[in-house]
Structures are given as C-alpha cells and as structure tokens.
Design a protein around this ligand. Structure first.
Ligand code: TYM
Length: 333
C-alpha cells in the first residue's frame, strides 16, 4: 500500500491555506483502499516558533478537531501527536549525524532568518536557535519513521521533503536500505493560497482567513481581501487576484471558468466577494458544525490521539530499532 503522511504545526488556528494545501487533499487520498494514511500534529515543530505553552496546547486541540471535522476516520488512519512518538526525536539524532551542515545552511527558513538579521549585523545567526536550524531534520524523521511514499503539502514545504529524501538516501547509502524516499504531492491549483494581502496565506504574515470563522466573521474577513480600485462594469484581471485564486481553490472547473468570464465582464468586487463567501460557506458549513461540537469535548479528542499514538508507535519502534542496530547501538531492553 502507498503510505501518505502529512503534518501541521500547532502554533495557531488552522486557516484556509492549511485546509486546501494539506487537510483536504490528504483526507481525499485517505479514502482510497490502496492508501495507508498518517496525519499528525507537529507539536515539537511548534516549539521552534512559539514559546507560549497555552497557545501550543490550544492549537493542538483546534487542529486535531479540524482534522476530525473534515472527515478523518481515526480507525482507518494513523492520527497522532508527534510528541507521543519518542522514536521521532530519537531518529532525528541519528539522521542529524548523517546530515551535512551545508544542506541545512540552504534551508529557506534558516536563510530568511539570516537575511532578516541584515548584512551589517556582527552575527548573522543572532537569535537563531538550533531548533530552527535543525527543523528539516526533525521533519525528515517524521516522514522517514513511517516510510511514507507521498507527502501532500503546499508549495512552501517542497524543499523540506527534498531534504528528507537527501537525508534518507545518505542513511541508506551508509547503513543499508532502511528508508523509502518520499515524494511531495502538490496540487498545482492551490499550491500557494494567497492571504488577505495577496502574499502567501500564513500565520507569520497575519493575513489568514481562519478555517472555522462563524458566518459574519467569515464575511468580514472576505471583505478585507485586497482588490484594485476598478469600479463595477470595468473588466478585472484574474491574474494576480487573490480573490480569484481563493475562489478557484473552492470551486469546480466550470464555476471557475464562469467567474473568469464575470471578471472579464466587469463584475463588481462586492458581488464577487459575495460569491466567494457563498462558495466557501457551502463547502465548510457542515464541517464547521462538527468542529464546534468536537472542540467542546477535549477529553474525547485526547482519547483519540492516545489511541492513534499507540498505533503509530507500534510501527515506528521496529523501524528505529533496526536502524539502532545498523549503526552499532544496542537495541532497547
Ligand atoms: P504548516 O503548519 O506551516 O502548514 C501545514 C500545511 O499547510 C500548507 N499550507 C499552505 N498550502 C497552500 N497555501 C498556503 N497559503 C498554505 N499555508 C500552509 C503547508 O504547505 C503544509 O502542508 N513543517 C510543516 C509541518 C510538518 C510536516 C511534517 C508536513 C512537520 N513535519 C512532515 C509534512 C510532513 C509546517 O510547518 O506546515
């Protein structure tokens, strides 16, 4: 069976980008009988960006409830918290010992942090933690610990999956074929969903539309999507329009073509936003109700995560044990 794996970092409320980039395609893939799915909450990754324990905890609950509300079946898939699998940080260390420092020097997130320190700074690494630097190694361990074949993600994560391949290949070369080399699965239509300001929708840019906004708040958020100043009746460009891109991520090909035509015919921004609201609302509404029911029962979510953690660990333990032996470390007793 093909193994499909993906995770979300638990640093805030899930947003439309997480939904179209990861949750929706991953759940669709999990319905196939030829697929074994692994969906997890990346709470160790959260520590890289967030030092507020309550926020990490709250986000873990929200993201877990989101997966479940979107139709994840915990009996059919492996659904767990990263931190419930101690073999993941254990594997991270073994992988780190086969990872070139130069590889991590090239990681986008690390380079962006160095650039943000500016050219004149004495220390380009000022304020950068080993957590940020080693982030791709932890992510490689997430993927390799379960020998995942495919990883559904948005475009921003492709480099990390390529690094996981490189690291896995290096270990295979040194110690024998332990790992499947994973491939990113990116849906080109929604590879980078724009946010309110037209840049990539991201918690770090504060431009997100949270996934479970109630009616009015969702309308208000959509009203804030940037548009140009063209009046109703003037033709509009679909290229570079955040509104159009978000619409496309929620509409069928036919609806998208009709919206492109409406843009050419000069639809007013207010009307286009109303159509976008209707499209998003009709897709999310049934799941939103389930989400609010689930989030009110943290005890049940905790049970589901523990059940999934035990199931997932049972797979990770033998794989990491055999790697321990291959590198010359005694098996755990
Ligand atoms: P994170 O938490 O930033 O995002 C979770 C998923 O949502 C996708 N995504 C988007 N897709 C399209 N458009 C957007 N604007 C957008 N914003 C976010 C991301 O690409 C991602 O798929 N490092 C990962 C979490 C992780 C992981 C893993 C993923 C940890 N270990 C192993 C896959 C496999 C992250 O921070 O994603």
């Amino acid at each position: 069976k093909t193994r499909v794996l993906t995770g979300i970092t638990t640093t805030g409320s899930p947003h439309l980008g997480n939904y179209v980039g990861a949750i929706r395609p991953a759940i669709a893939a999990s319905r196939s009988d030829d697929v074994e799915s692994f969906f997890f909450l990346a709470d160790y990754h959260a520590l890289v960006k967030c030092e507020d324990p309550q926020r990490v905890q709250r986000s873990t609950l929200e993201i877990a409830a989101s997966w479940l509300a979107c139709g994840l079946d915990p009996d059919r898939v492996y659904f767990y918290r990263q931190s419930d699998i101690p073999e993941i940080p254990e594997l991270t260390w073994i992988l780190a010992c086969s990872t070139g420092k130069g590889l991590l020097n090239r990681a986008h997130a690390y380079k962006a942090a160095v650039d943000a320190n500016g050219a004149e700074g004495d220390d380009p690494d000022a304020g950068i933690t080993m957590g940020l630097y080693s982030y791709p190694v932890l992510m490689a361990a997430d993927i390799l610990a379960f020998n995942a074949h495919r990883v559904p993600v948005g475009r921003d994560q492709i480099q990390h999956i390529e690094m996981a391949r490189d690291i896995g290949a290096r270990v295979n070369h040194r110690y024998g074929e332990h790992f499947v080399l994973p491939e990113a699965q990116v849906d080109e239509q929604v590879a980078t969903l724009p946010g309110l300001d037209g840049r990539k929708m991201s918690k770090s840019y504060d431009n997100t539309i949270p996934l479970w906004l109630p009616d009015k708040a969702l309308k208000a958020a959509i009203a804030r999507i940037v548009t140009d100043s063209r009046a109703p009746g003037e033709p509009k460009d679909t290229a570079g329009s955040a509104l159009f891109e978000i619409y496309r991520a929620f509409a069928s090909a036919g609806e998208t073509a009709a919206m492109a035509q409406a843009f050419a015919d000069g639809i007013g921004w207010g009307e286009a936003k109303q159509k976008l609201y209707e499209r998003i609302d009709s897709e999310l509404r049934p799941m939103r109700e389930r989400y609010y029911q689930l989030i009110a029962k943290p005890g049940e979510i905790e049970e589901i995560l523990r059940f999934g953690g035990r199931k997932a660990r049972a797979l990770a333990i033998p794989l990491v044990s055999s790697l321990r032996m291959a590198v010359g470390i005694a098996p755990l007793f």
